[in-house]
Design a protein around this ligand. Structure first.
Ligand code: SF4
Length: 230
């Protein structure tokens, strides 16, 4: 006799399993960087990251967090009444169901951006999402994690961000910018690591090399000095 379980033909179908994500925080603030800088934005910060950049400023998102149904996340986002939504982390793509959240946010009509480390495959991200994708220079300690094939999935509305901690990082970024012809792919952002490179120094390096990249400092650090919830 077989040991398999027989399910009666008239048995009720199993209830669908809710699609959930582990979330560190959801908050309403001013977008502090990238192309959408300055817009009132709802941030959805997903928990967890497989990288450990030495200058990471969101280590509190590595662990903990709480499970939320994706529909409940959408309801909370809606309660803030903003047009822009930024899905961030941690590394949001480390949770596969992030792709569902991104699609549903786009379907709901938001301007959606995704902040991602550049180490995980972005191929399946909804093309309506504006990807803000890092390429990690050496001083991050995570340069080996750059997934260069991601460059083939960039769209003109996306952005590549280099976070620069030293002159060596700057030169690495300048060379990567040229080698991968990023100028023809999308907007490129160069940003200084707080306390490692003087912002004016980085600005002057960009000007001296006549690089067609966009210098940026994180607006939320100027406004709120990196306080939680901003
Ligand atoms: S990828 Fe982002 S969240 Fe992860 S360690 Fe690096 S800076 Fe921090």
């Amino acid at each position: 006799m077989s040991g398999s379980t027989v399910i009666p033909a008239d048995a009720a179908p199993a209830a669908p399993v809710a699609e959930r994500l582990r979330i560190t925080e959801i908050f309403h603030s001013i977008q502090g960087e990238a192309d959408a800088i300055g817009w009132p934005t709802v941030f959805v910060r997903l928990t967890g990251c497989p990288l450990r950049c030495v200058w990471c400023d969101t280590e509190y998102s590595f662990h903990g967090g709480q499970w939320h149904d994706i529909d409940a996340i959408l309801a909370e986002v809606a309660s803030h009444g903003a047009r822009h939504v930024c899905v961030t982390g941690g590394e949001p793509l480390a949770q596969k169901r992030c792709l569902i959240l991104l699609r549903k946010l786009c379907d709901a009509g938001y301007e959606v951006s995704l902040e991602t480390s550049g180490a995980l495959d972005v191929a399946a991200v909804d093309p309506r999402v504006r990807k803000v994708m890092d390429l990690k220079p050496p001083d991050s300690g995570e340069s080996a994690r750059n997934l260069w094939s991601n460059l083939d999935h960039l769209l003109p509305h996306d952005q590549v961000k280099f976070v620069i901690a030293s002159r060596a990082d700057f030169e690495w970024s300048r060379d990567a910018f040229a080698e991968h012809r990023l100028v023809s792919r999308c907007m490129v952002l160069f940003s200084p690591v707080h306390g490692k490179v003087e912002p004016r120094e980085l600005a002057e390096w960009i000007l001296a090399e006549r690089l067609p990249v966009r210098f940026q400092m994180q607006l939320h650090k100027l406004l709120w000095n990196d306080a939680a919830g901003h």
